[in-house]
Design a protein around this ligand. Sequence first.
Ligand SMILES: Cc1ncc(COP(=O)(O)O)c(C=O)c1O
Length: 372
Amino acid sequence: MTTLPFFPPDLFEQDRQALLDIVHEHGTGPSQKFILGERTAALEEALKASTGAKHMIACGSATGALELCVRALGIGPGDEVVVPAFCCQPVASAVINIGATPVFADVDPWTMVMDPEQVPSLITERTRALMPAHIFSIMADMPGFVELGKRYGIPVIEDSAVAEGAVLDGVPAGRWGDLGVFSFFQVKAFGTAGEGGMVLTDDDELAEVVRMLRNHGQDGRTRFTHHRIGQNSRFDEILASFQLHRLPSFPDRLERRARIADYYTERFAPLADRGVLAPPAGRDGRCYYVYSLLVKRREDLRAYLSERQIGTHVYYPVPLPLQPAFSPWAAEGRSWPNAEQVSARNLGIPIWPHLTDGDVEFIADSVCEFFE
Ligand SMILES: Cc1ncc(COP(=O)(O)O)c(C=O)c1O
């Protein structure tokens, strides 16, 4: 029987030789510059061109990128940042690590992204940023968050870690916020053979500060002059070359992911009355990092698919404010019923681009058969 793991072990097989050549080229090249060199600058330029962003600053990860964003905005102790209650943990740790307070907002029960309608009641005089995040295959309601940011005079940090290449109302993910971030962690749509991330912004001053902060507060001109207390969140030249190599084929991989998602969504639509919710159909505001169903009988479906050698994944089984590390920041008396519900129901099924049509059909058939 076919084995279809959730995380494919042959993610970079097509580019393996290129990766080896790149390692050799950098390892034996004359410059011996492995961090923040010409290739990193070239990748920043290439992504500026593909997104239209004025500034692109490569850094160590999207987690690092989020930390750079909150620091660049001058956020610190006593300040609050509104973040989703159901998300990857860096939205909260990036805020706490600089001594500020995350304020958790509930999410939409279907799309799982932070719901702008939940936000106004959470805004106080200490709120310094809103941090919506795109999740799985859906972009957050960025027009809604941008409007809120304007209304309250608060900047928006758009966590697009999972959404590189997605477009909402003609605007690429990462470009809606005052600052945006991408992740190159290996399983992301534009993942790499290691860690990496980007900060995007159109704001010259913020860009300059982020650039300094990523490299110990130096300005890139005078070494060992530290203008700010920064951090080490720099980017690797080998990975920059690898990303430049993979960039031209990225749209094809995204399109393949999108087609798989379209097919799944069509196949699963009739299951809605049997306790399965597929993501909303359509292409606008969609990213295809993970395809997650919301399933009442999640564990039974998981076991059934596992018997058929189909790997699944539960992202975030516990909402952030209920996590041991973050519960001290969970405001007393507040609850996040939608975050709790989607934590109990979400189930990711494979969506990697080199799945064959036969694989995709088999996965969809298997899900449908479970509910027959
Ligand atoms: C929404 C979101 N933000 C941030 C991150 C962090 O990305 P990285 O692994 O590059 O630090 C992730 C990782 O999955 C994520 O899903």
